[in-house]
Design a protein. Structure first.
Length: 284
């Protein structure tokens, strides 16, 4: 299993890194479109669609991404769209986590399918627009999620249930603890401070997400990081809730050793649009 995970990771990186660092944004945007289309196919399967219908969702997601790309939305501020998407993510997340696993099937299938495709499209638009702002900016957003996840894993293993008597969400993801969340948060706070200092020291031409937030004040940076980590955890929990409702362990087997595309991007789906929302707010 470990060898399989390593081989898959290396294969993905071999495709992702050249696209990421290519001078023009087109290869990266196209690669992300493929990933989101694959995730839309998985979304259909998780929500009871047959093979043809799931392929249709992948096509719809691709058309949405391609149409907004062709329309030039990547270069627009889209402040209202990011605000609307951010509010919708927060509201839906709160409602879903409160309802728990039994609440997911109660949502009409059409609503579930539409919201899922829209979330994937919005994440595509956010990640491509983040790349258009600069690699330093995009990497600072991506590493927020990765550090939160890594910090939560190690902190949870070392201190899980030592300071609290209950799990984070035992009915949804029994392995997650509050100590893990705190460890992930501490890791991201350290990352944010270090990145701001690095941007200033090397006088970065492209400011990171953290440096842009810090322009609005240190306390705004801290509050924003708290919010982003919370939504990163929420994105992970929402996907776990949906998989548990569907009775599956992974969203698919597209990435051997890692599960599916949704399993890899679940925490990024809310954080990417929210990062763009906060960035636009401090830019106006």
């Amino acid at each position: 299993m470990l060898l399989q995970r390593v081989i898959t990771a290396l294969a993905v990186l071999a495709v992702l890194l050249p696209a990421l660092f290519y001078p023009h944004i087109a290869p990266f945007a196209l690669l992300m479109l493929v990933f989101m289309a694959a995730a839309a196919w998985e979304w259909g399967r998780l929500n009871g669609c047959n093979g043809l219908a799931s392929a249709g969702l992948a096509a719809v997601c691709s058309v949405l991404c391609g149409a907004t790309w062709w329309a030039g939305w990547i270069d627009l501020p889209l402040t209202g769209l990011w605000a609307a998407g951010g509010v919708l993510w927060v509201v839906c997340t709160v409602l879903l986590l409160r309802a728990g696993v039994p609440g997911w099937p109660a949502v009409p299938a059409a609503v579930r399918i539409v919201l899922g495709v829209l979330a994937l499209w919005l994440a595509w638009l956010a990640v491509v627009q983040a790349r258009s702002l600069g690699i330093n900016f995009l990497l600072s957003v991506l590493t927020l999620v990765w550090v939160a996840d890594i910090g939560a894993y190690f902190s949870g293993r070392a201190f899980g249930l030592r300071f609290t008597r209950s799990k984070l969400a035992p009915a949804i993801s029994p392995g997650k603890s509050w100590e893990g969340v705190w460890g992930g948060l501490l890791g991201v706070l350290c990352l944010a401070v270090a990145w701001v200092m690095a941007d200033r020291y090397w006088q970065a031409d492209v400011l990171s997400f953290y440096s842009r937030l810090s322009a609005a004040g240190f306390w705004f940076l801290i509050i924003a990081v708290l919010f982003m980590v919370a939504m990163s955890v929420a994105g992970d929990l929402v996907e776990s809730l949906i998989k548990r409702s569907a009775g599956v362990k992974d969203s698919s087997g597209l990435l051997p050793g890692h599960g599916g595309v949704l399993d890899r991007v679940d925490a990024l789906l809310p954080t990417l649009p929210l990062a763009m929302m906060l960035t636009r707010w401090v830019s106006v």
